[in-house]
Design a protein around this ligand. Structure first.
Ligand SMILES: [Zn+2]
Length: 261
């Protein structure tokens, strides 16, 4: 067994764990994504509603200002009526007064309609604000959960990086460099075991001669297909640990025994 290959295998294991952590940190949970989407949607609706509301209010203010001026005009026109002597002029003025009154009535109706619209919009806005509050609470909760999860991952990553640094120091620099370059080019895997003629990095069979040679384990080997560093699995990786099911089965049996006794 070559000590530096053993170290490299450990380094690879750590690097894969780090990669997994990084992926998990970038993988925003569905629940948070949904809350974000809902929040954005309501906020957009609210903005649209608010600008419409603003527009209606402005229109109402404008109409009210115009109406005020028209009332003023009506008053001064009515005042002129008293001073007039000629019948024709009197008639003309009367007609003018009627027209002003008619126009004012129309404007008043429009203002009333606007007031109703504004009231409805305000109600809608209140409802949307309530919805927004609810979804914001959900969003914040989901965000906090994910942030806590990420903080934990981040701690784990820091620990792994420390371990990694220590192990990397013990690996000859030319070998380490080769591994790093391969790792970067080959999706995070720079060194792979060979088992039963197959490179587990690229899942292709290696030539029999190389397979025989790799079992001698007296130099560094590389896969002819993927170029990754390879090693003979049976030398470096011990048989897999007993499976969890087996353990729990054993436990179940012993529990059964205990209850029978
Ligand atoms: Zn390969």
């Amino acid at each position: 067994m070559q000590e530096e290959i053993l170290k490299l295998i450990e380094l690879q294991r750590i690097d894969l764990e780090i990669l997994k952590i990084e992926k998990a940190m970038n993988d925003i949970p569905q629940s948070l994504q949904k809350a974000q989407k809902d929040k954005d949607q309501i906020q957009k609706k609210l903005e649209e509603l608010s600008s419409l509301l603003e527009e209606k209010k402005k229109q109402k203010d404008l109409f009210e200002e115009e109406l005020k001026q028209e009332y003023q005009r009506l008053k001064s026109t009515q005042a002129r009526l008293i001073q007039i002597r000629g019948t024709r002029e009197y008639q003309l003025l009367l007609r003018e007064i009627e027209e002003i009154k008619k126009a004012n009535k129309q404007k008043e109706d429009e203002i009333l309609k606007l007031m109703e619209e504004i009231e409805n919009l305000e109600q809608e806005k209140t409802k949307l604000l309530e919805e927004l509050n609810k979804i914001e609470a959900i969003f914040n909760e989901e965000k906090q959960k994910f942030e806590a999860f990420c903080a934990e991952l981040s701690n784990n990553k820091a620990e792994l990086l420390k371990k990694r640094e220590n192990i990397a120091q013990e690996i000859p620099s030319n070998l380490l460099k080769k591994y790093e370059i391969l790792k970067q080019k080959k999706g995070g895997v720079g060194i792979a075991p060979v088992d039963n003629y197959v490179c587990e990095g690229c899942h292709m069979a290696i030539p029999p001669q190389l397979y025989n040679e790799i079992q001698k384990d007296n130099r560094y080997y590389e896969c002819p297909h993927c170029k990754r560093l390879i090693f003979y699995k049976k030398i470096y990786i011990s048989e897999e640990e007993p499976k969890e099911e087996a353990i729990s089965e054993e436990k179940a049996i012993s529990e059964e025994k205990a209850s029978a006794a």
